[in-house]
Design a protein around this ligand. Sequence first.
Ligand code: FE2
Length: 346
Amino acid sequence: MQHFPELNRGKCKTYVVACERTGKALLIDPLRENISRYLAFLAYGRLKLDALVDTHTHADHPTGSFQLHALTGARLIMHRRAPVPTVTEHVEQGDTIRIGETCLTVLYTPGHTPDSISLHAEDRVFTGDVLLIGGTGRADFAGGDAGQQYDAITQQLFTLPDETLVFPAHDYRGNTQSTIGHEKRHNPRIAGRTREEYIALMASLNFPMPEKIQEVLQPNQSAIDDDKARFPDLTELNRVRQLTAHDVSNQLSTQNPPLVLDVREPNEYIGELGHVAGSLLIPLRELSSRAAELEPHRGRPIIAVCRSGVRSTTAAAMLYGLGYERVYNLKDGMIDWNDRGLPVEH
Ligand SMILES: [Fe+2]
């Protein structure tokens, strides 16, 4: 395996790993602003871009993965809980990502986000924003969970050999690498802390929300990258009432069932997760222009549905804005619906 020096030389880290024999390369967490730099780097090194991994849905910068995937046809790999529809391969704990003859093992390390993964290859681990050098990623974004993060770090990352090199997705202090052993002993957030102490510490940090977080997050979650697109703001999103798969399933078996509005892409609707029988498909990207199709259903409650419950929360907030009052969201989306063995059509 070849592992090149980090490509951005800034606070956000993008790594490239390649197979020496085949020249196939993997880009980890590319930034949209640096796409031409990556393409030039790959061309100069005679590397062929085989795959892109976003270690999680980023809230602080637009991802470069969608455009690089569209430009090069490289596989776009993320955890199965990633909300975005353009992912071509979903991975889970223990899966292997093959780049030529190089293999990386996926560790599911949620907590910073529900879709956070780390990649372990040979003597090193790419930790995304779960474990940073002398820090940990914040756990206060929607779907973050400090307890899960503690478990992921202590039970997965800290069980790797002490000499394993650590490469995080961010660093704010000019560090380039660390080791598992060093972080285990010296990381000021987590070393020597119990799970409860860690949760209390993370709850006390009170970081300000990044500026323009929704303007970055929503295109990264939906792959809608249109200057004219107007996404709901955080207040509107927080208004959305969340229903569990169990609640939704119960409501569907009543005399006056709600309308299930599926906002995924058509290929997802008929894809592996299937869809709820009788649901109406209007992809999120078309919702504002096709809202008139909902008019005949005005009297019914509407339950918005997508893959992981993120795009549909956006859709539900948009429908409030259009004057629909009884709108709900299927929490954790069709992933959770399937995990609970509820019926689907394909
Ligand atoms: Fe992050």
